[in-house]
Design a protein around this ligand. Structure first.
Ligand code: AHN
Ligand code: ZN
Length: 336
């Protein structure tokens, strides 16, 4: 009771203080009500969608980031270099895994940490490889895709969050880790001559979930970003995320809706899918949600019309969507 009272008084004082500042410019009781509400949430620094967009362009300019190619290696070096420039402690996991087609892939998971000493941590993730084929396309199915959205967008948003944490005076209280998973998109095409198999997608997160970058690594929870850049994207509450981490879905959707992105974070439940968060939850024992575009207008395909097609290029990327996702994730980080 005593504490509650103290909190109330502090909130009222804060509201009054903000009211008097505001009133000089705008005035009105409405401002006071808004100010009182805002005292409860920390305002995160602004997410710069122009910069995130440029990070996607830069990735695409390397060429498709297909494992065992020079473009893939060079992109990995570039991601490491960016993260170091933005003040993160960076660890790289080098490993090999066999793909569904028998090829041995040289893969790298890249892990960036802010405040590595903090016990309370949030883990962000995205995959940085691109699909070696365009198996849903009508043409050039055997050629790799640009992966501007599938791969590029998640990395672009994470790099921009890294840049924001580094350049803002204001820092999150919690520690933040970012994992750039490799080998996510080397799954077996549906019509492949190779036999069906389990666990053909998400090779990097499978490896990391069994071989953490530091022994006994813990995070309070994780947020995976996959296909977070397409124009007019809708993010539904994905089934695997709800199964393992419903409170985190609630937290992130509430954050997105509270700061004005209700057009993106929809209160719609979608079927569960296999993505990197599946292995982090099931094998890595860390609850992680997936912010992934859900195609609400096509009951036959979970994913957008560009998915695993050559149309997954810069033309599908929207700065508004990047802003909605990046600002929402920053809001969550800065309110922990
Ligand atoms: C399935 O297609 C079931 N999972 C892969 C999810 C994915 C592909 N994310 C990006 N590309
Ligand atoms: Zn994909």
């Amino acid at each position: 009771m005593k504490n509650n009272l103290k909190t109330l008084v502090l909130l009222a004082a804060g509201a009054l203080a903000m009211y008097s500042c505001d009133s000089a410019e705008k005035g009105g009781a409405k401002q006071a009500a808004v100010a009182e509400k805002e005292v409860l949430a920390v305002k995160a620094p602004a997410f710069n969608a122009d910069s995130a967009y440029t990070f996607i362009q830069e990735q695409v300019a390397f060429g498709p980031r297909v494992p065992n190619t020079p473009a893939h290696y060079a992109t990995g070096e570039w991601i490491i270099q960016q993260l170091r420039a933005y003040g993160a402690e960076v660890k790289v996991q080098n490993f090999q895994m066999r793909a569904f087609d028998g090829k041995m892939l040289n893969l790298r998971n890249i892990i960036a940490s802010y405040k590595p000493e903090a016990a309370n941590r949030v883990l962000l993730a995205a995959h940085w490889d691109t699909r070696p084929f365009a198996d849903k396309d009508d043409e050039n199915q055997d050629k790799p895709i640009d992966g501007a959205n599938d791969g590029g967008s998640g990395v672009g948003v994470l790099l921009e969050i890294a840049r924001t944490i580094h350049t803002s005076e204001q820092k999150p209280e919690i520690g933040v880790d970012m994992i750039f998973f490799d080998g996510e998109d080397y799954g077996r095409p549906d019509d492949s001559k190779y036999p069906n198999m389990d666990n053909d997608w998400c090779l990097g997160s499978q490896y990391w979930s069994k071989n953490k970058h530091t022994p006994n690594y813990r995070a309070n929870y994780g947020i995976l970003l996959d296909m977070v850049g397409a124009e007019n994207a809708k993010f539904a509450r994905e089934g695997t995320s709800l199964q393992y981490a419903k409170e985190i879905v609630d937290k992130v959707w509430k954050a997105g809706n509270s700061i004005g992105y209700s057009d993106y974070f929809k209160y719609v439940n979608a079927p569960g899918i296999t993505d990197d968060h599946t292995y982090v939850n099931a094998w890595g024992n860390i609850r992680m949600i997936d912010i992934i575009e859900y195609n609400m207008s096509n009951p036959d395909d979970y994913f957008g019309p560009y998915h695993h097609r050559h149309t997954d290029n810069m033309d599908v990327i929207s700065k508004n969507t990047l802003k909605a996702v990046g600002q929402t994730v920053l809001h969550v980080l800065y309110n922990e």
